[in-house]
Write a protein that binds this ligand. Sequence first.
Ligand code: CIZ
Length: 302
Amino acid sequence: MDTRILKEKILELKEKRNAVIVAHNYQIDDVQEIADMVGDSLALSRYCASSTKDIIVFCGVHFMAESAKILSPEKTVLLPEIDAGCPLANMVSVEALREEKKKYPEAAVVCYINTSADVKAECDICCTSSNAVKVISSLKEKDILFVPDQNLGSYIAKMVPDKNIILWKGFCPTHHRVRAEEVRKIKELHPDALLLVHPECRPEVVELADFVGSTKQIIDFAQQSPAKKFVIGTEMGVLHKLQKDNPGKTFYLMSPGMVCPNMKKTSLQSVYNALNEMKYEININEEIRLKARACLERMLQI
Ligand code: CIZ
């Protein structure tokens, strides 16, 4: 079907179903364009929770749709592509985490938002890449068991040196694949550009950055900065908003490999199918949901 017609049909169905469509910053351009809101996973889940619509179509990956369900249990949450998972979130299981917790009984257990609901249910508090430093600084415990991203964990350890961060060996394949050597080359190619990097990148890459932040923080920084050129060190989906909102500025991707295959699974056709066939519905066991919600809410209180 023609893209324009497909977009019209999605919007018609959205009205008919009384639905809201949200898209993560890493989604393809066409999907970002039909969304009611584009943003990071927490902002989207909070937006969904404040919406009066009955149905949420979450264009993102599995843990993100789960976060929306955790905060909006009364709504129907649909993930258009059921196998759009997050390899980073899949690097920690409940069983492995329980074993690790036994080794550090005094430690606070902190999870990155990129975790499943059942892992969140096992943790004391959650954090995002925007607020990780603030969340960890606020804890009374010195020892922090941080899951699952070793690179974000290393960044926190550098920013909050009085804490002892126990790292889990997880990583985001899209961010972790980029090495410092490649980044030095792109910096040489664009010496007048600022390098904005996500903390899921390796510490050797973060070391080279002019600014380190979450997708939202990178987008805000580029908008507010008087600089005209930027090398972007996160998934390529953010380029859509950066280029749309800053026509006078130039953006280069830090590496052509910064493409998350899971985020790219969702297409206009799958959004249409989701609304038409009411699939794929995300449900969470209520006991797990309540524990995971408490973990998220502790973060929201900070
Ligand atoms: O919190 C999110 O949505 C993720 C995974 C990254 C970011 O920096 O926004």
